[in-house]
Design a protein around this ligand. Structure first.
Ligand SMILES: [Zn+2]
Length: 321
């Protein structure tokens, strides 16, 4: 209260009447991260509720308006929030400072490449050619960069460092020693979490470090902790695709060949496909993970840190054998 001192520059209507910045965040994962950075005294409006499917979540009219009236709009980016993309573009056109988390880190191509190995080598030229993925705007079917960066807490720590600077620049009155100290503490907490996850997974022998997931969500986790993504039930990096019966047959065969003991479903998307795959005869356990949306309080994933820890515990318990 009263510490923002912004009366002099508040006449563009962008900030709230008491001068605190308006920060709006698309996903609940980034919402939790941003709340940890800005503290209790700044209102952060998070568009997606717990358990929302971020690929599929469309904003209400009121939420769309909040996004367009924000001082800063924080988004995941790289085609992740598909049903918010028009509103994000409109906010940017309105002059809202849009901060994109995936801009802060090196992006990977999708780990599994659907079930079609033809795609595996397609992106080799992408690293030198910065236009490779840009040209495919709107139609994300052809997009080959993976937006699920938050499955790697070390990458999230890098994102936090970038977010801290961008929020200090763009959110009125936020830049202060207290803000930077809190941000540093949270970044260190994520670095500690990264080490904790590595320790939790240490019990899984190398030959069992194989992931089969509902959709292609754990590429960054796999790279960070030395796993292979064997395949995905939905042959895509989005929950919006549907597998064919032939896709499921191929995956069931691959699972049987590899002797995979468990496959991982998204809590935020129906697990009927993973269940169908299990029913297909693959003798596998279906384990739910909080892949891309926080859960409600008490779920074990009410915060980003809890979510990462809970997933690591469940993966360790399912694959350690
Ligand atoms: Zn996803």
């Amino acid at each position: 209260m009263g510490s923002w001192g912004l009366a002099a520059c508040g006449d563009d209507g962008a900030s709230t009447s008491d001068g605190t910045p308006r920060i709006v965040v698309s996903t609940n994962i980034l919402g939790d991260v941003v709340r940890n950075l800005v503290g209790q005294h700044v209102d952060v409006e998070v568009i997606m509720p717990p358990n929302a499917d971020p690929h599929d979540f469309a904003p209400s009219a009121q939420q769309a308006q909040a996004m367009r009236e924000a001082d800063v709009l924080v988004v995941n980016g790289s085609g992740f929030e598909k049903s918010l993309s028009d509103t994000i573009d409109a906010a940017e056109d309105d002059g809202v400072a849009v901060v994109t988390a995936t801009d802060a880190v090196e992006l990977l191509s999708f780990a599994a490449g659907g079930h079609d190995d033809e795609h595996a080598g397609k992106d080799e030229h992408a690293s030198e050619d910065e236009h490779a993925s840009e040209d495919e705007h709107e139609d994300h079917e052809g997009e080959d960069l993976d937006p699920h960066v938050f499955t790697d807490p070390a990458r999230m720590a890098t994102i936090v460092a970038a977010l801290t600077e961008q929020l200090a620049d763009e959110a009125p009155g936020l830049d202060s020693p207290t803000f930077h100290a809190a941000a540093d503490r949270y970044r260190q907490e994520l670095e500690t979490l990264d080490a904790e996850v590595e320790a939790l997974l240490a019990s899984i022998p190398p030959e069992r470090r194989v992931l089969v997931t509902n959709h292609d969500v754990f590429g960054y986790f796999a790279e960070r902790y030395g796993f292979e993504v064997l395949g995905t039930v939905v042959p895509a990096g989005s929950t919006l695709a549907e597998p064919s019966a032939a896709d499921l047959d191929d995956l069931a065969a691959a699972i049987a060949r590899a002797g995979v003991p468990a496959i991982f479903a998204d809590t935020s998307a129906p697990s009927r496909l993973a269940d169908a795959l299990a029913a297909e005869g693959a003798a596998v356990e279906v384990v739910e993970l909080f892949t891309e949306s926080l859960g409600p309080p008490g779920s074990g994933a009410a915060t980003y840190v809890e979510m990462v820890r809970t997933n690591a515990e469940r993966i360790a318990s399912a694959l350690s054998g």
